[in-house]
Design a protein. Structure first.
Length: 205
């Protein structure tokens, strides 16, 4: 198996390599047979949006072609990203959001052939070296057992649940407006199916 090298991409480089990143997405998630094109196109649309986010940051694993990546962006100071969070958001998190010190991990992907070789940990270390003073958060689907396993292996802790809809990997397409907005307008409490997302956070220090 080829040696894996890690490198950081600029925003421009990420845009230039979007097709290769989409290849990783399709292989990593191995969607329903016959739906690969739709999955790929949906991912490309989300990726294009994410690349334009404030302080977008990305690292990739390369073994003669991309085999993994991790990327994210800084949450807006307005706190809109926390829309749909269940419960009371800790004051410290509100303060860090307002001061621009919350970094969101949007997507982690490693193709199956290169999993369980420490690549996700290497990607995390390289990406977060720039974010040592930030609160770093990841959001996963509630049924994402592999994502939960990775976060626990990193020593991260569950922050809480989100009742917003969405699809995809580590929260890149979490729809932060639909279900939560309806409930604020007087609708009923969320059903268990709507509590589809879990927020996890890196421990301080």
């Amino acid at each position: 198996m080829a040696e894996v090298f890690l490198r950081r991409l600029t925003r421009w480089q990420a845009e230039q390599q979007r097709e290769a990143v989409a290849d990783v997405y399709v292989e990593a998630y191995q969607g329903v047979a016959g739906a690969e094109y739709a999955d790929r196109q949906g991912f490309l649309q989300r990726f294009e949006n994410t690349v334009q986010r404030p302080d977008f940051d990305m690292v990739v694993a390369d073994a003669g072609g991309l085999v993994g990546c991790l990327y994210g962006y800084r949450a807006a100071r307005t706190g809109d990203w926390w829309e749909g969070f269940r419960g009371i958001l800790p004051t410290e998190i509100e303060e860090r959001t307002a001061s621009g010190r919350v970094f969101i991990l949007t997507e982690l992907m490693v193709v199956p052939a290169y999993r369980r070789q420490g690549i996700s940990e290497r990607l995390r270390t390289l990406l977060l070296v720039r974010h040592t003073t930030d609160l770093v958060v990841a959001v996963i689907k509630r049924d994402d057992d592999l994502g939960r396993e990775v976060l626990r292996s990193w020593g991260w802790t569950k922050l809480g649940d989100f009742d917003s809809g969405g699809s995809g990997g580590w929260g890149d397409s979490r729809d932060s407006g639909s279900a939560a907005s309806a409930r604020r307008a007087g609708a009923v409490a969320p059903t268990p199916d709507e509590l589809a997302w879990e927020g996890w956070m890196r421990p301080d220090g």
